[in-house]
Design a protein around this ligand. Structure first.
Ligand code: NAD
Length: 504
């Protein structure tokens, strides 16, 4: 699909509104241009939401919630099923738009839409479950059970690097759970958000439930901060940097609201001396260089057993020399541009610090002489105690860290403030089970003979420590979008009290 035809295929005007409150509004905030990082040209313009648009969107979601919560969950699931079907129809142009706004390659752009479709299917199935427990009561002729009730309007804040899928992880689960929502996407990727909102509008228009999905494209001021402080939003589900999570988490806690935080990672793969090295090279390369290193699960640290370090470094240097970099929409490209020039500058600045701290650049690091925010993926040998390895650098840079033993590898893996994704390459069951044991990896995701990125939606996704502790997507993540209620029904003619208490 050609760049020129993407917006039209999605029904988006070159200048469009980023404010939806049960219906499209003008968008009265300042306009922003969305820039294609490959061409450095504007893709389109979005009029952002101002404070009045925000207020209208929250009010629409509050009003919609009152009706939506009483719709049987399987019927709510049917709306999500229709949105999933519409996404199937728009998969190609929507995937291309993600590639244009973020710079990820076509397969990953479309993969992100496939992830939305998968989570829609998952949510539809879930809408016939949302099950509670029945618990044995100690009192005769009493029944005790837990039930899950809709929570309320949910505030969803999303990051630039997954401008479509992360919203759907939250939105489709929240919708089947009976919640309405208001979405503040990253201002870096406003057009993807407008396109998705259009699809929701197409499905929900005329249903009377248009206010279930709302959108306010905007900056922290006036939109983000208002959401975080708004007691009408009992849950804020926020995806982004640790810096953002620190602000959002503490603000929401101040009003005793609930936050679901998916924050930065500093992910590692351990490669043991008994690993299949060709598998490890492939796993590491996709995890480190894929999406130009701009996934929360991107591989930052390769922790390598000393006995295979030289051989693995040689194989990696050869592989790094052959990564096809270029226009993400072109066939055969594996690495596209970074999202902005400042992302390139930040990554290069981190390289300088790594070199000052004893690092050695083994491969990559050139900025090709062409338009766009391109930077060759870099492999940097680093001493294990270099402080720069403690922080997440959101670009295509992988540190190669040599260790003497499994114990040391594990200490390096766990010795950072973040705890999102981790992996080990080994052919030893004993070593892999140690990695997966209570004294093993401390991360939310722990893989064996698979890289750190590319999670399936069926599992709960999220991380520990500074990554925020939230879980989104599969498994029982839906519980975050509901309130739990414990119910006891007395069907006897007496009034026995718990713990045998006699009263009068
Ligand atoms: P960011 O933190 O700059 O912004 C994320 C979102 O938060 C944006 O919509 C932004 O406008 C908003 N925001 C920032 N400060 C806010 C505040 N005080 N109040 C309300 N909203 C606020 O992150 P980014 O650069 O867009 O994305 C990259 C980061 O996101 C990386 O750190 C990456 O690891 C992380 N990320 C994590 C996950 C995960 O699931 N753990 C997924 C994707 C991205």
């Amino acid at each position: 699909m050609k760049r020129e035809s993407v917006l039209a295929a999605l029904g988006i005007e070159p200048i469009s509104s980023g404010a939806y409150a049960g219906g499209w509004r003008e968008g009265s905030g300042p306009s922003i241009e969305s820039i294609d990082p490959t061409t450095e040209q504007p893709i389109g313009t979005v009029r952002m939401a101002d404070a009045a648009d925000y207020e209208a969107a929250v009010q629409a979601s509050v009003d919609a919630f009152e009706q939506w919560r009483m719709v049987p969950a399987p019927q709510r699931g049917d709306y999500v099923r229709q949105i999933g079907n519409a996404l199937r129809e728009y998969k190609e142009p929507l995937g291309a738009l993600v590639s244009m706004e973020v710079g990820k390659i076509r397969a990953e752009g479309e993969g992100e839409i496939q992830e939305m479709i998968d989570i829609a299917d998952f949510a539809v199935g879930l809408s016939r479950q949302l099950y509670g427990l029945t618990i044995a009561s100690e009192r005769p002729r009493h029944r005790m059970f837990e039930q899950w009730q809709p929570l309320g309007p949910v505030g969803i804040i999303s990051a630039f690097n997954f401008p479509a899928a992360v919203w759907s992880w939250n939105a489709f689960l929240a919708a089947v759970c009976g919640d309405s929502m208001i979405w503040k996407p990253s201002p870096v990727t406003p057009l993807t958000a407008v396109a998705i909102q259009n699809i929701c509008h197409e499905v929900m228009e005329g249903s009377g439930f248009e206010g279930v999905f709302n959108l306010t494209v905007g900056d922290v001021d006036p939109v983000g901060a208002a959401m975080v402080d708004d007691p009408r939003l009992p849950l804020i589900a926020a995806t982004g940097s640790v810096r953002m999570g620190r602000q959002v988490g503490t603000q929401v806690a101040k009003r005793l609201g609930r936050s679901l935080l998916e924050l930065g990672g500093n992910n590692a793969i351990i490669v043991m001396d008994d690993a299949d090295l060709d598998l490890a090279v492939r796993g590491a390369l996709f995890a480190a260089a894929g999406t130009a290193g701009q996934r929360c699960t991107s591989l930052r640290r390769l922790i390598v057993h000393k006995d295979i370090a030289d051989l693995l470094a040689k194989k990696l240097i050869a592989a790094y020399g052959q990564i096809p970099m270029g226009d993400p929409l072109e066939e055969g490209t594996l690495v596209g541009p970074l999202v902005s020039q400042s992302a390139v500058d930040n990554t290069k600045a981190a390289l300088e610090i790594a070199l000052e701290q004893g690092g050695e650049l083994l491969a990559g690091g050139n900025e090709p002489d062409r338009q766009g925010f391109f930077l060759e993926p870099m492999l940097v040998k680093l001493p294990k105690d270099a402080p720069i390895a403690q922080q997440e650098t959101f670009g295509p840079m992988m540190y190669f860290i040599e260790v003497d033993s499994f114990e040391e590898a594990l200490a390096v893996n766990n010795g950072v403030p973040q705890g999102l994704s981790s992996a080990i390459f080994t052919d030893s069951i004993r070593t892999s089970e140690r990695f997966l044991s209570a004294e093993g990896s401390d991360c939310g995701i722990a893989n064996v003979n698979i890289g750190t990125s590319g999670a399936e939606i069926g599992g709960a996704f999220g991380g520990e420590k500074e990554t925020g502790g939230g879980r989104q997507a599969g498994s029982d993540s839906w519980k975050a979008y509901m309130r739990r209620q414990t119910v006891t029904v007395n069907w006897s003619t007496d009034l026995p009290l718990a713990q045998g208490v006699e009263f009068g």
